[in-house]
Design a protein around this ligand. Structure first.
Ligand SMILES: Cc1ncc(COP(=O)(O)O)c(C=O)c1O
Length: 329
């Protein structure tokens, strides 16, 4: 129970921490991975931690169906579908996105798990958000007319309740680091819709945990990443009565390694994925974790991560992205 919110059990915690001996030797740092890619439903990934809280909230509110959103190839949608199957709920995804030209990767998995994906063409007549809101209303109406009670989950599950999953993870990680006698640790996570980073941040600050936290953004934040972060944190603080008073300077996040745009294929990321696969037999994805890992390599080269530093990167999953047309060619 965290701040009055309970969760359902999906994960088999704790997720393991792997030491990357070969890469550590090459880079001159001590590099570990927190294996949230090894979470147990729908091929795994970070969203399951958020969904543990979100599904409990949905069920407490009497929902029979989950509705969520993202891109056509959303990892979060796939894991929402998996969790819905597990708990006997109906599920659908709305994506304001174009058909990617084939049913591949997450779209195959969504189909296997019985999750319809409603693709909405962006005709430019309204904003993307307006189109999405209209589609959410239409799909909700359609399913509620059939007797379902729909619970909406925002992009990436990055709501206040969703971030509690990574608040929990901060505590889990701290316990593991102590058991492993690791000190002066820097935890590095990918930043997309920010719930993962925010949960780790809120957990670390409010529980006075020892590790440092750095976020690597996978897309630009035009309104400023710290501004987005403080607004998100303060909303959680107000809702849950968090004690820690945050300032923008408390957030350690970089937008230097997003390679231009969301899901943009890039040589550096591709090479980093191949390098890790060949050195350690561990697979990362091109949109999120591969970008973060490429960022870590560059941060070491530039001295932004010091030689000898102990780094624990969160492997947040996303592997199906490898099988999209976009990244295969
Ligand atoms: C594989 C993977 N890693 C990291 C992230 C980023 O997490 P967050 O959206 O909580 O910032 C996502 C989000 O979709 C993801 O799918």
């Amino acid at each position: 129970m965290l701040y009055g919110h309970d969760k359902v059990n999906i994960l088999m915690n704790p997720t393991p921490i792997s030491y990357l001996a070969n890469v550590s030797k090459d880079l001159g740092i001590e590099l570990y991975l927190k294996r949230d890619d090894m979470t147990c439903l729908g091929t795994g990934g970070n969203k399951l931690r958020k969904l543990e809280y979100l599904i409990k909230d949905a069920m407490d509110k009497g929902a029979t169906m989950l509705l969520t959103t993202g891109g056509a190839q959303t990892n979060h949608g796939r894991l929402t579908a998996a969790s819905a199957s597990h708990f006997g709920l109906k599920v659908a995804i709305v994506a304001v996105d174009e058909y990617p030209g084939e049913i591949s990767a997450n779209l195959i998995l969504d189909g296997i798990m019985g999750c319809p994906v409603y693709l909405v063409h962006n005709d430019g007549t309204r904003t993307k958000q307006e189109l999405a809101n209209e589609a959410f209303a239409k799909v909700t109406e359609e399913w509620e007319a059939k007797g379902e009670k729909v619970y909406f989950i925002c992009t990436g599950g990055s709501s206040n309740i969703g971030m509690l999953g990574y608040y929990d993870c901060a505590l889990e990680l701290d316990k593991q680091l102590k058991e492993m006698s690791l000190s002066d640790v820097r935890v590095i996570t990918t930043v997309g819709s920010m719930g993962t980073y925010m949960g780790l941040f809120a957990g670390q600050k409010n529980e006075n945990l020892d590790f440092r936290l750095t976020g690597i953004a996978i897309e630009p934040f035009p309104d400023g990443i710290e501004k987005t972060a403080i607004e998100y944190y303060n909303s959680c603080k107000e809702e849950f009565g968090l004690k820690f008073e945050a300032k923008e300077s408390d957030f350690d996040m970089t937008c230097d390694y997003h390679r231009g745009a969301y899901n943009n294929p890039s040589k550096e990321v591709r090479e980093s994925i191949y390098y890790l696969g060949r050195k350690e037999g561990i697979i990362m994805d091109p949109c999120y974790t591969g970008k973060t890992f490429a960022g870590i390599k560059e941060m070491v080269e530039k001295g932004e991560i010091a030689k000898g530093e102990t780094v624990v990167m969160l492997h947040s999953g996303g592997i199906p992205g490898i099988y999209t047309k976009h990244h295969r060619v």
